[in-house]
Write a protein that binds this ligand. Structure first.
Ligand SMILES: Cc1cc2nc3c(=O)[nH]c(=O)nc-3n(C[C@H](O)[C@H](O)[C@H](O)COP(=O)(O)OP(=O)(O)OC[C@H]3O[C@@H](n4cnc5c(N)ncnc54)[C@H](O)[C@@H]3O)c2cc1C
Length: 509
């Protein structure tokens, strides 16, 4: 799809607007395009795949609509800002519905817990599960709010280009226990192991091991309570579709099937891109929304990279992989909540297998998504659409997914049939899977990691690949592999950081 016939080989067009090329159409890339469009840049987004969205790609199959990735929308105000930049309201284009409970958690021992944003309901659930931990839980939520005020409000959208930016925030991070892990901080407040699990699982939603992820990510508990967990009617893909619409409305272009092979340079300055089909496109600035490791390893020669050498990128710590099974059933399962966590017998041990031993364990903990609980139009009448995620090691584990995927899927199917979805095997009408190998091959994700670099302290803020490239002038990075990190709110904030580091369009005129 080429939506604009202008000659993009010229950096500055007849209107004299400087040209910004964005590599990749994930949430980070589209948000960056909208922000730059609003600041007067002429924007061209180049996407390798045949549809926009990246992790938020949409599969349509046998009458079912499957969002490939994100479905939990937690910070709608970040989308509001983008729509406002285009003179519109989010509600003009998007119907967001609150989801309650946020998550229904099923423990291996049969206990369930409804995790919601309602403070009284949560207190009652905690009292039911672990009466002695109610006071500790309340204190944890206060700390979560304090961390949110620093980690999200003050730091989430500011650049960490200089070491002094980091030094400035260190006292706050130390005061708020940033050196602890999420699980470590939670354990200071509550003693019940099940409750520790409930309050510490959030890093898994952005690819981190709760036993290693910096406790800054405890802010998610407060973020969810304050703004809720939402679902987009029509699916997350609708947000992507409408963001593309905003870019077009600004006069920008989104080109599909347009893989970038190289960022072109004049010395150490980015001058545009070379596409896989041999076309070159000149640009005043280049923004890469491709995985940061892919950007540095494959789009730039080693000779121009001082900080992000192959060695440094190879030695970095990457997030886990995901095994995703999308499926539809000929009947509905009305008792299944929109978001369900089905926890296996092991928590710490399973995470060790995934993140440290890098072993594909025989047991698993699953996240089950049933979007048709909120929007039945995503499946044919009388049917249910699902996906189930199992965190697995990334490709560094050497697992041959071609050989093991079907057996692994069948094991998940059996586990679901035994617990939440009786008779599942006979009810299946459509099915597809995605493994870490697909994340690598389709999305150019280094190591097939589902969430790029892991969110550990020494890979956060200044330590992460910067939003304004340390190695190349006029090159900027957005998305999960740069600051602040993975998750839809994180990558939308990465685009917001550009407002501080990208020069005004007028500079180029
Ligand atoms: C299964 C799953 C479920 C998730 N659920 C949630 C959730 O519920 N809520 C939440 O907040 N987060 C969730 N996340 C995390 C969130 O989806 C991601 O962190 C976020 O969407 C990543 O956005 P991004 O901007 O980094 O771009 P990506 O989505 O990674 O997109 C990058 C794009 O760049 C393109 N590209 C790469 N290389 C090139 C090239 N050389 N030339 C041209 N194009 C290129 C790719 O094709 C891709 O389209 C989930 C992730 C996964 C995988």
């Amino acid at each position: 799809m080429k939506l604009d016939a202008r000659d993009e080989t010229l950096a500055t067009d007849r209107t004299k607007r400087p040209h910004a090329v964005v590599i990749g159409s994930g949430f980070g890339g589209l948000a960056a395009a909208i922000r730059l469009g609003a600041r007067g840049y002429r924007v061209t987004v180049l996407e390798k795949l045949d549809a926009p969205g990246g992790r938020a790609y949409v599969y349509r199959q046998d009458g079912f609509v499957f969002d490939a990735g994100p479905t939990i929308i937690t910070a709608p105000f970040l989308f509001e800002e983008l729509w406002q930049l285009c003179g519109k309201a989010l509600s003009d284009d998007i119907d967001l519905r609150p989801v309650a409970p946020f998550y229904r958690i099923h423990f291996h021992d049969g206990t369930t817990f409804d995790y919601s944003g309602d403070a009284n309901a949560m207190r009652a659930e905690v009292a039911r599960l672990a009466p002695r931990d109610v006071a500790g839980y309340e204190r944890f939520m206060q700390v979560s709010e304090a961390i949110f005020k620093v980690g999200f409000v003050q730091l989430g959208h500011v650049p960490f280009s200089k070491w002094s930016d980091m030094a400035r925030v260190l006292p706050d991070l130390l005061r708020l226990f940033g050196y602890r892990t999420v699980y470590g901080l939670v354990s200071r407040f509550v003693r019940d192991e099940r409750l520790r699990c409930i309050l510490s699982f959030h890093p898994l939603l952005i690819g981190g091991n709760p036993f290693k992820t910096t406790s800054i990510y405890c802010l998610i508990a407060f973020l969810e309570r304050r703004w809720g967990v939402h679902f987009v009617m029509g699916g997350t893909g609708r947000l992507i579709e409408r963001m593309v619409g905003l870019i077009q409305g600004q006069g920008g272009t989104v080109r599909l099937d347009a893989e970038v092979r190289q960022i072109t340079l004049c010395g150490r300055r980015a001058t545009g891109v070379l596409l896989a089909d041999g076309q070159t496109i000149a640009a005043d600035i280049v923004i890469s929304n491709a995985d940061s490791a892919h950007t540095y390893r494959h789009l730039l020669p080693a000779s121009v990279r001082r900080r992000w050498s192959n060695r440094r990128l190879e030695r970095a710590d990457y997030s886990m992989g995901l095994f995703v099974w999308y499926f539809g059933t000929r009947k509905t399962y009305p008792d299944i909540a929109h978001h369900t966590l089905l926890l296996g017998p092991r928590y710490r041990g399973l995470l060790k297998d995934i993140f440290e031993a890098k072993r594909l364990a025989a047991d698993f903990s699953l996240y089950l998504h049933r979007p048709t609980a909120t929007d039945p139009s995503l499946a044919p009448p009388g049917c249910d659409g699902f996906y189930v995620l199992s965190p697995v090691p990334h490709l560094g584990a050497g697992i041959d997914w071609n050989a093991r995927a079907e057996a692994y899927r069948a094991a998940i199917e059996a586990a679901l049939e035994e617990t939440l979805l009786p008779d599942l095997k006979n009810q299946l009408v459509t099915s597809r899977i995605m493994t870490p190998a697909d994340f690598h091959d389709r999305l150019n994700a280094y190591q097939g990691a589902a969430f790029s670099l892991a969110p550990v302290l020494l890979q956060s803020a200044w330590f992460r690949p910067h939003n304004m490239s340390e190695d190349i002038e006029h090159l900027y990075l957005v998305g999960a592999g740069t600051h602040p990190g993975a998750g839809v709110p994180g990558v939308l904030c990465s685009a917001k950081v550009l407002d501080a580091v990208v020069p005004d369009a007028i500079t180029f005129q």
